[in-house]
Design a protein around this ligand. Structure first.
Ligand SMILES: [Fe+2]
Length: 376
């Protein structure tokens, strides 16, 4: 179904959601003809696009009318690097100078059976931190798992198997995929829009956060809904020398949200502020203020100084020079390195539909899963 003809659809993208209290609370807002809350960018952007009405229905209709004239096409010049790997001609399209590459020419269902191709993709991923592939809509959910297994151990939806959230206050976890408990589904439609907007790396509130995440787009808005990625090595390099020296040996507290609770307990972990990448040896700033609100108590940092340091770090998040964005099409798959990349969904696409599937990957080398800082 195209996202353009879907907003009158009364059924959720997945029937498993109909009994969920959070889902129904958001749906009530739709049934009362109230626009999405402006506390979410989805509501703020819609209000910015369509002024002069407080009717959700009218807003949605006017946005769909405005976007209804869009047609798919290509024009312009794309710069890419041609390479041949194991006899396969590839085109490597950089998204930004320091981060992000789209790899054209691989079929993820078959080409990674050759270990040399896997080695090439891994090296490229380590260098560019985010890689994306187009035209992979033929990949089944099981083949997606197989793809992820080439790079490590496929984790549960939030990484390690010992923390599986069971809070009803997160829509993504309520959709269970038959036979694939590892998969997290992220549905969003006109009635119950849903987006992980805000800079974060996945599940850093875990003791051993997932090494990588893989995201597949099954349904995309015609405009909007990109995922933005931010390079944490650049974030570290961009701090002042004085701040680097002050924080290099500090630890910060990462706290999950209510949606990450397991048996009513909010997960929490303490990780180094400067993180050494276990494969490249490079340092990244491992503080993202989605989950980090303070430094570890053991440091006794005065509140005023703590606020100043966190603010300086926050000013690094999402700088245009450190970021790239992936525009999704059905069949676009991206894989990023959670050890040195933040991401944020662009909450600008309501009332269009968006449907994504995510896997996390744990480092196959268990000794590298806990974040550490090695100044040498
Ligand atoms: Fe995320």
């Amino acid at each position: 179904m195209s996202s353009l003809d879907a907003t009158s659809n009364d059924t959720p993208q997945d029937p498993q959601l109909v009994d969920n209290p959070l889902y129904n609370r958001i749906k009530e807002r739709a049934q009362a003809d109230k626009p999405p809350s402006r506390r979410s960018p989805l509501g703020a952007v819609a209000a910015s696009r369509i002024a002069g009405t407080s009717s959700r229905k009218e807003m949605a209709e006017r946005i769909l009318e405005e976007d209804g004239d869009l047609v798919a096409g290509t024009f312009g010049t794309v710069w890419y690097k041609p390479v041949t790997v194991c006899g396969i001609d590839l085109k490597l399209e950089p998204l930004q100078p320091s981060i992000g590459t789209v790899v054209h020419g691989l079929d993820l269902a078959t080409d990674l059976d050759d270990p040399e191709v896997v080695t090439f993709v891994r090296q490229l991923w380590l260098k560019r931190r985010v890689i994306a592939f187009r035209g992979q809509e033929h990949l089944t959910q099981k083949q997606m798992v197989r793809f992820a297994e080439h790079f490590g151990v496929v984790g549960m939806p939030f990484g390690e198997k010992d923390h599986v959230p069971n809070s009803p206050y997160d829509l993504n976890q309520q959709v269970k995929v038959k036979d694939i408990p590892n998969m997290l589904v992220l549905p969003s439609d006109a009635e119950v829009p849903n987006i992980a907007s805000g800079w974060h790396a996945d599940a850093t509130w875990q003791q051993k956060p997932p090494m990588a995440s893989v995201l597949m787009c099954r349904e995309a808005p015609p405009v909007g809904g990109d995922t933005c990625f931010c390079d944490c090595h650049s974030m570290w390099e961009g701090l002042s020398q004085a701040t680097k020296e002050r924080v290099a040996n500090l630890k910060a507290v990462h706290i999950g949200s209510v949606g990450h609770q397991m048996d009513g307990k909010t997960p929490m972990s303490v990780h180094p502020v400067a993180r050494t990448h276990p494969e490249t040896g490079r340092t990244s700033l491992y503080v993202q203020q989605g989950f980090v609100k303070k430094f570890a108590d053991e440091h006794n940092i005065p509140e005023v100084e703590e606020r100043k340091l966190l603010l300086e770090m926050k000013s690094q998040e999402g700088r245009p020079e450190y970021t790239c964005r992936v525009k999704w099409e059905p069949g676009t798959l991206a894989m990023w390195d959670n050890r040195c990349v933040l991401h944020s969904g662009s909450g600008d696409y309501w009332p269009h539909r968006r449907y994504m599937e995510r896997l996390t990957i744990l480092d196959a080398d268990e000794s590298r899963r806990v974040p550490y800082y090695d100044p040498n």
